[in-house]
Design a binder for this molecule. Sequence first.
Ligand SMILES: [Zn+2]
Length: 119
Amino acid sequence: MFCKQCGKPIDDGKDLCDECSKTFSGSSNTTNVNSNSSVNTDPNAKSKIAAGLLGIFLGWLGVHNFYLGYTGKAIAQLLISVLSCFTLTFVSSIWGLIEGILILTGSINVDGNGNPLKD
Ligand SMILES: [Zn+2]
């Protein structure tokens, strides 16, 4: 198999790329998760479902972007809503709605730190 991040070949059974040190969970579930340091599922991984739903319902507040660590975008969405005295809330709403859908469909699949989202 190959690293999804940088394309380098990786030994079967490993879930850590030597080249870019990117962990991922591409292989089938194995009981052998004690190898080295990394585990298949990052405990800090953000939930794709949660982020997507936050974007759809609370996107006008930038909540999904705060959740994912895209702080700049989050503040922008929040400020658009608040500074316009909520007259431009629809702009942030549509923006958040679109991002929520992109998250749920996997088009946005990493958080603000580049960590993959979990299902
Ligand atoms: Zn890599």
